[in-house]
Design a protein around this ligand. Structure first.
Ligand code: ZN
Ligand code: ZN
Length: 358
């Protein structure tokens, strides 16, 4: 081809290669805001609230009886840390409860004290995803997890999945167009790293992924619980159901929504799509697949851990550039920009030398 079109054409071709390698990376490795131990002003559960309300748990040891421990046991049971032996949970701190606390602390990336200390009780009170946590570590260097049996969508690659919004199960305080924009962005993040694309369809009945807002008991055995607590849940492949708690103050813009219990729709949508694709909860706080999210907080960008997890299921999108996520968990924007800049400039210099040579 070079011989066919002569030196001027070669220069134009190389110029286009130059432009392509100078294009920005698919994903910016922006670090999510730091983890802060704060208490929430609004609560639906008795043990939620300020530090005074939870201090009574801090010195509990085996044999202690403290009102509220049964509620924490229910919470551990709900999310996969404690099995129900008798018909009910008591307020007694026993050995099984202590080992459940330890497993919870390990999974959520907390100091493993086996005690109901401040970080642990605060974490328990934090709003979260309704999908139970998977508690097993197969590999010490990774933190992402899969559902039992490692289910994934099993269609031919590259794969296209359709999604639709339930016409009956929606909310009034956000427009459908705002919701659609948010979900389009959330799906695009995952599509940019794996060879899977997502297309909105009007045909709700035949859509692969069905999205809706539901209140309380809505028929799938996982009732929602009102403001905060459980925010949303979705199902492992190839179910395709993504449910959001209609009782939450969902928002697409914290500037206009001032409620202290406002929840960022895009952050939760991005997390729940991870479940739809086959990812379970990660134990790294910065990842999208970490199970909890504070009100008025955002966690929008996939981290290296999220990307490695989903790419191990589906492979990489051919357009995905690994360098864009290098060490994203420990990098600042500047660090990543510097690395990306260095590599593209090195290629640019190489292209210019080639131009001169040709
Ligand atoms: Zn989740
Ligand atoms: Zn549901």
């Amino acid at each position: 081809m070079f011989l066919l079109f002569g030196k001027s054409s070669n220069f134009i071709l190389l110029f286009f290669i130059f432009l392509i390698v100078r294009s920005p990376p698919c994903i910016l490795a922006r670090r999510t805001p730091g983890f802060r131990w704060i208490n929430f002003p609004v609560t639906a559960k008795g043990y939620k609230g300020n530090r005074d309300n939870i201090e009574r748990f801090f010195n509990a040891t085996i044999g202690s009886h403290i009102t509220g421990i049964s509620e924490i046991k229910k919470h551990f049971h709900r999310f996969g840390y404690l099995t129900l032996q008798n018909d009910t949970f008591t307020d007694t701190f026993d050995a099984r409860f202590e080992s459940a606390i330890t497993r919870y602390q390990e999974k959520l990336g907390l100091p493993t004290t086996g005690k109901l200390d401040y970080p642990t009780v605060s974490q328990i009170t934090e709003p979260r995803c309704g999908v139970p946590d998977t508690v097993h570590r197969l590999h010490a260097t990774r933190h992402y997890e899969y559902f039992p049996g490692k289910p994934r969508w099993s269609r031919r690659m590259p794969m296209r999945l359709t999604y639709a919004f339930s016409p009956e199960n929606s909310i009034n305080h956000l427009s459908l167009s705002d919701i659609r924009v948010v979900f389009k962005r959330a799906f695009a993040k995952w599509a940019s790293v794996i060879p899977v694309s997502f297309l909105e369809t009007e045909d709700y009945g035949f859509a692969d992924i069905k999205i809706g807002f539901y209140s309380g008991d809505h028929g799938d055995g996982e009732p929602f619980d009102g403001v905060l607590g459980v925010l949303a849940h979705s199902f492992s492949p190839e179910s395709g159901r993504l449910h959001l708690d209609a009782a939450e103050t969902w928002t697409v813009d914290f500037e206009t929504e001032k409620s202290p219990v406002a929840v960022d729709l895009e952050s939760v949508a991005t997390h729940e799509i991870g479940h739809l694709l086959g990812l379970a909860h990660s134990s790294v706080k910065e990842t999208v697949m970490y199970p909890s999210l504070k009100p008025r907080d955002k966690k929008l960008d996939l981290t290296a851990d999220d990307v490695e997890g989903v790419q191990a299921l589906y492979g990489s999108n051919p357009n995905f550039r690994t360098g864009s996520l290098l060490e994203s968990d420990i990098s600042t924007n500047q660090g990543v920009d510097y690395r990306a800049g260095t590599s593209t400039w090195a290629i640019s210099v190489l292209v210019l030398i080639l131009c001169l040579y040709v």
